[in-house]
Design a binder for this molecule. Sequence first.
Ligand code: RP5
Length: 164
Amino acid sequence: MSTKKVAVIMGSDSDLETMRPCLKRLDSFGIPREVHIISAHRTPVAAEQFASQAVENGFGVIIAAAGKAAHLGGVLAAYTTLPVIGVPIKTSMMGGLDSLLSMVQMPKGIPVACVAVDGADNAAILAAQMLALSDETLADKLSAFKKQMAEDVAAKDVKIQEEI
Ligand code: RP5
């Protein structure tokens, strides 16, 4: 069974550098992905079209990154039954609190699974965990990833004993 695609949608090309760790992590798991610039406010028709066709176009999860009045995740979620993961982008004015609240405070019935401000890497891991529910190969990769992470922490603990 082939892994479904992840859509990484950004409100602006100015979000790209923040989202690079997301793309890198999806690639490390071998998850096929597409990246698009679609804005809830500047291109609302494109947002509707993308989300409403996402299932038939082979996507399994949508990641939506946006800053300020960050309605992208919510608008995409309104037009699809796929899970939508929001990445609130840090802003110069409010440090990303504006983006976070815009994404996370969704009305009942239209959830957006929101990660931390600039939490691009975690968005990719969460998307992988969603896809792994029906993909054993991907589930094995996630197990290996968690094992490696635990080993890295244990190695740091050993190292700090030597230093302090
Ligand atoms: C949001 O406004 C984008 O997601 C971006 O984080 C922010 C600023 O966009 P630009 O003015 O840089 O295009 O819609």
